[in-house]
Design a binder for this molecule. Sequence first.
Ligand SMILES: Cc1cc2nc3c(=O)[nH]c(=O)nc-3n(C[C@H](O)[C@H](O)[C@H](O)COP(=O)(O)O)c2cc1C
Length: 440
Amino acid sequence: MITQAPRIVTSRVGLPDSFTLERYLATGGYEGLRKALSMAPADVAAEVNKASLLGRGGAGFPAGRKWSMLRKATTTYLVVNGDESEPATFKDHMLIERDPHQIIEGTAIAAYATGVELAFIYCRGEFALGLERLQQACNEAYEHGALGAEVLGSGYALDIVIHPGAGAYICGEETALLESLEGKRGFPRIKPPFFPAAVGLYGEPTVVNNVETVSNLPWIIAHGGDGFTALGEGSSTGTRLFALSGRVEHPGWFEIEMSKTTFRDLIYDPSLGGGIPGGKNLRAFIPGGVSAPWFGPDQLDLGLNQDAVGQAGSMLGSGSVVVMDSDTCPVRAAWRIARFFYRESCGQCTPCREGSGWIEKIMHRLEQGLGREEDIDLVLDACDNLSPGLAWPPKQTTICVFGPSIPSAIVSVAKMFRDELLVHVKEGSCPFPPDTVRRG
Ligand SMILES: Cc1cc2nc3c(=O)[nH]c(=O)nc-3n(C[C@H](O)[C@H](O)[C@H](O)COP(=O)(O)O)c2cc1C
């Protein structure tokens, strides 16, 4: 169902000067922060808890609960994750470029609620324009008095540092991000401790939240947690940004009400994806980023609800939906995902460092028609070494979930498209039309 939900995080992105302080103030900017500062920090956190705001970075952990886990200490930090480097995920990039003040305000609200006085926004280094606008917004926020020694004259002090990443996907994983922030190589940290809320940046308790997660906070404080839970259903409340790509008429990002909108709405509705070009049939879609198991046409009527998608065997993850039509070679798609993981593996854990390379090689030869039938079991065996049992959610043999995410696409192809894999083997070539992207 397409609903008339308000646009919470994208209310000003269509305006040509959406990123300026002037426009931000003219459209209610910093009012959520002002209201938060008039409340006790615990009440701000309680409001966010009530909103059931699920993290938008991938794991979907409730923001309020995460904040409550912050270990009591003299120094605590907040880190906002704007690394966004996953293929097909492009919603934070847009928020960073078009509404950087909303991120600054959301960061300030989260920092106030958790008692943090120094926050960092870690922004993917390749977002040149985004970094420029984020830094500009940060400077303007200081001049406006929304940051600094007296945030909006309240007596609360907050500094925000904008930090560029250097171009590694793994630095989006929160503990690798903290290492990178500390100036070290972006290697995920050994767990336990499982959460940076216990031991985080410089060994101090740290909250890590995604850019879109904090962008919701000004609206939640202005409209109350109840206003947010009035949208969506169950624990999937509010709206969410989805990045839609692949074989659709209108690829792009869409902010839609959670739970009530279905994948079918997102892909086919003329106001959203607009359907598949040329009236072709849907072959499969990835419901939540390249780490997620794939869905077929049978799952089109699932609502965009975290629990429902989880129960159906996948995840909403980073909110990117990739559509494959009847002309898309699923083997090629899985190989290209495997290639991405192979290139981006940080190399710290042997199953991931070595396994990603084996999986990429076997998938490549299968896609090129140079594979053998037994390669299908061989690649699944390599996947099983990374994630024993090939179940969902995946079991882990590595320090972080990067490695166990690699099998998702491969297992999906083996389960859903075994016939297509066998045609590649029997014909000695790929039966699908070539795509326009460089291969090899
Ligand atoms: C390999 C990998 C890459 C990740 N990349 C990102 C990212 O770019 N942005 C992000 O917010 N979270 C990313 N995450 C999830 C973070 O570890 C973390 O869960 C998230 O930033 C927490 O914010 P949230 O609770 O607001 O979602 C990644 C996780 C993994 C394992």
